[in-house]
Design a protein around this ligand. Structure first.
Ligand SMILES: [Zn+2]
Length: 288
């Protein structure tokens, strides 16, 4: 387990036993933002370059590694694979936001990535790495989530990031990445006004619609933002990525009525210009 590893971290001068509650004034170079989030200075990172695009996306990751090695890796010193990120949210007993790359720089956190019309999201995104060994197996603790929500809220407001552009790494690197994992509580985030979630009334109504076939599934996923590889596997990976975000209780890569309803409801809410491929005249429309 991770207990004790925090002591190895030297980026912040305060010791574990002295970690203050968030209401108190920050110390050791930490900065209290207007949002109420305390930002702790972390090590600098070479995994970045001056930003050349407007910030439009927020990309969330799990590190898959404990805090000390994550901070080492995210300093981007490996010339073969330089990585970096803007913020790390720790898993310490009192979780912290650790600042690494300044927001004015593009950090190398997304790699090969795409969302809707955007490619290579490093330059158009803020990246948050959450310390969790595997968000598909390990739940995100409540106190860590509280801090993540506050941090995301602050970022989304500051940059006016649209709900559907708050995404996981697995959403934007389909078939390549699985973080932040099926246990990341996207719905809770949405309940706090961060990120997209379908309206329950739409989902309920659309559950009766015909299940989208392969062609339509691909069209709908693409219209929402997913960039799919061609072929059966490409589609399967896309459905899995979607389910990991919006239908986490069963991630099986198969389009079914619930997955189809969630996807169509999201499109109706956030991309209302998209044809949903519903039958011409249905009782649904009459009812609506
Ligand atoms: Zn990632």
């Amino acid at each position: 387990m991770l207990a004790g590893v925090a002591g190895l971290l030297t980026a912040c001068a305060s010791s574990e036993s002295e970690t203050p509650p968030q209401e108190e004034s920050p110390k050791s170079g930490a900065e209290l933002y207007r949002s109420g989030v305390i930002h702790h200075p972390g090590p600098a990172s070479d995994g970045c370059e001056p930003r050349n695009k407007i910030i439009r996306h927020l990309v969330i990751h799990h590190t898959g590694a404990p805090l000390p090695s994550s901070l080492t890796m995210l300093q981007g010193k490996d010339p073969e694979r330089s990585v970096g990120v803007h913020y790390v949210v720790s898993d310490e007993p009192a979780p912290r936001v650790i600042d690494m790359v300044p927001e004015s720089y593009a950090a190398y956190h997304a790699g090969k990535s795409a969302w809707l019309e955007a490619d290579g999201l490093n330059h158009s995104s803020i990246g948050i790495e959450i310390i969790n060994l595997d968000g598909n197996r390990h739940p995100y603790p409540a106190d860590q989530m509280e801090l993540i929500i506050a941090l995301c809220d602050e970022i989304v407001r500051r940059h006016g990031i649209r709900p559907e552009n708050v995404v996981g790494h697995s959403d934007v690197s389909v078939g390549r990445k699985i973080d932040p994992g099926a246990l990341f509580p996207w719905r809770t985030l949405a309940e706090h006004g961060i990120g997209a979630w379908p309206l329950a009334i739409d989902v309920e109504e659309l559950l009766d619609a015909p299940v989208p076939d392969a062609d339509l599934s691909r069209k709908l996923l693409t219209a929402y933002g997913y960039r799919l590889e061609p072929g059966k596997d490409g589609l399967r990976n896309g459905i899995e990525a979607f389910q990991r975000h919006f239908r986490a209780h069963r991630v099986d890569g198969t389009m079914d009525s619930e997955t189809g309803a969630l996807l169509r409801a999201l499109l109706r809410r956030y991309r209302p210009e998209t044809p949903l491929g519903l039958p011409e005249k249905t009782p649904l429309e009459d009812a609506g």
